[in-house]
Design a protein around this ligand. Structure first.
Ligand code: FE2
Ligand code: FE2
Length: 447
């Protein structure tokens, strides 16, 4: 800096990035987050462990919140420009982040996210927070610090999951490591995420070992539970009562844990329409998917608190299966119609649980009810948006609902006599165990 300048000049690190440079970096982070969360959502059905499914859903939601905050911040910095749907010079990098969706196996997917892509984001956020100006860019510092903390938890979880998947399936180990190494190589070729100006590198073609993603026809299931398609007798026998008293407590907890289908469906539909619908779709369906994972955990935690043997808890697949091989619009339809159809029963059931002194079921049902009212709004809005985006009549919602009902009915009709006998046997064994915990299923010792 010239000492002869007539101006006040002093080198200041605060001024490293100007407003538009900052917007450029945050836009890059937004696209990377968006790709990671979309891949995680798509892989929920293929993972078996209930812990992985429910936690993936939580991470999808966390990353959607981060992406949402990044996106809004870019708009603030670039006012009045609100065009953000182009990756620009970051296209090759963003494509690489999207490649995780085409991972060749579950452990390969977990390794490339947990060992390569998330650590790259973690390092960039750390570098950004160190080098950017916490005065001028204070709003970014707040949400990016939170995102960094979340990344640390996510990385630790992915590493743990990858290791446990690899030890239960050692045949996949070599391929999974090769895949993660290929993603890491490509990331260094495009010079990582970093915080430097990117130069649009030429796309170097498909990664070796990739397998084009397709929606799994059947969802993977956690082997700790009793595997089935139809998880309670009333699904296959309309004369079987939903029940009151202890049967209602049990039925409701089994319903909640079986909302695992709703997590899987949420993830699949998020990913299926990520490039068809506006960003708000991803943001809403991430929250939707996360909410369903909380409902599933509510059921799991109640059953555990009551002391049931997990090997006797039926965890089914029928609603997920019913939409397999169909246009993914029916996944959205299933979640909208079948998850929200019981809203009207929920408050009454919460009151019954209150009467039984079962505060935990009451509490869970009450929170679930609040979530469902949000989901009803999502379903109505996004189904008509999707129909409109396809140039179809938004009023065709009724046809989708009808078709969803037919798909489930025809799938239920495939229940074999053996399946009906088996689920009745399991349900009555659970009721017998519950009766030994008379008068109601208590989670805490009563006075
Ligand atoms: Fe739910
Ligand atoms: Fe729901």
């Amino acid at each position: 800096m010239s000492q002869s300048s007539p101006f006040l000049l002093k080198s200041q690190t605060r001024a490293r990035w100007m407003r538009l440079d900052t917007a450029q970096l945050l836009k890059r982070f937004y696209f990377c987050e968006r790709k990671i969360l979309t891949s995680c959502a798509a892989w929920i059905p293929a993972t078996a462990s209930l812990e992985i499914k429910t936690t993936l859903a939580r991470f999808v939601w966390q990353n959607a919140e981060t992406a949402h905050a990044l996106r809004n911040r870019v708009f603030e910095l670039r006012f009045p420009n609100r065009v953000l749907e182009e990756e620009g010079a970051d296209q090759t990098l963003v494509e690489l982040f999207g490649a995780a969706k085409d991972s060749p196996s579950v452990p390969a997917f977990l390794l490339c996210i947990g060992k390569v892509l998330l650590p790259a984001l973690r390092d960039s956020y750390q570098a950004y927070l160190t080098s950017s100006d916490s005065i001028a860019d204070g709003p970014t510092h707040r949400f990016l610090s939170l995102a960094l903390t979340e990344k640390l938890e996510q990385i630790a979880a992915f590493e743990r999951w990858a290791e446990s998947e690899l030890s239960s399936c050692p045949a996949l180990r070599a391929g999974a490591h090769e895949w993660a190494a290929a993603v890491a190589d490509r990331l260094s070729q495009v010079e990582g995420i970093g915080v430097a100006t990117s130069s649009a590198g030429a796309s170097t073609g498909p990664l070796p070992g990739r397998m084009t993603y397709s929606i799994p026809d059947r969802p993977a299931r956690d082997s700790r539970f009793w595997p089935c398609r139809f998880y309670w007798p009333d699904i296959v026998d309309p004369t079987f009562p939903y029940g009151e008293g202890m049967q209602l407590q049990l039925r409701s907890a089994v319903s909640h844990i079986n909302e695992v289908w709703a997590i899987e469906t949420g993830g699949v539909m998020l990913s299926a329409f990520a490039d068809v619908l506006p960003w708000e779709w991803i943001h809403d369906s991430a929250r939707w998917t996360y909410d369903e994972s909380r409902h599933c955990r509510m059921g799991y935690e109640r059953l555990v608190a009551w002391g049931f043997d997990l090997a006797q808890i039926p965890v089914g697949t029928y609603i997920y299966d019913s939409a397999s091989g169909q246009d993914p619009i029916y996944r959205l339809g299933m979640l909208y119609f079948f998850e929200t159809k019981n809203i009207r029963h929920k408050l009454r059931r919460a009151q019954l649980f209150h009467k039984y002194g079962d505060a935990l079921s009451e509490h869970d049902m009450d929170f679930d009810w609040a979530d469902e009212t949000i989901h009803a709004g999502y379903g109505k809005h996004w189904l008509s948006e999707l129909l409109a985006a396809r140039g179809e009549d938004p009023a065709a919602q009724d046809l989708i609902r009808q078709r969803c009902g037919e798909l489930v009915a025809s799938y239920v009709a495939t229940a074999t006599a053996q399946e009906v006998t088996d689920i009745k046997r399991i349900a009555s064994a659970l009721m017998k165990q519950a009766e030994q915990k008379q008068p109601y299923l208590q989670t805490e010792p009563s006075d």
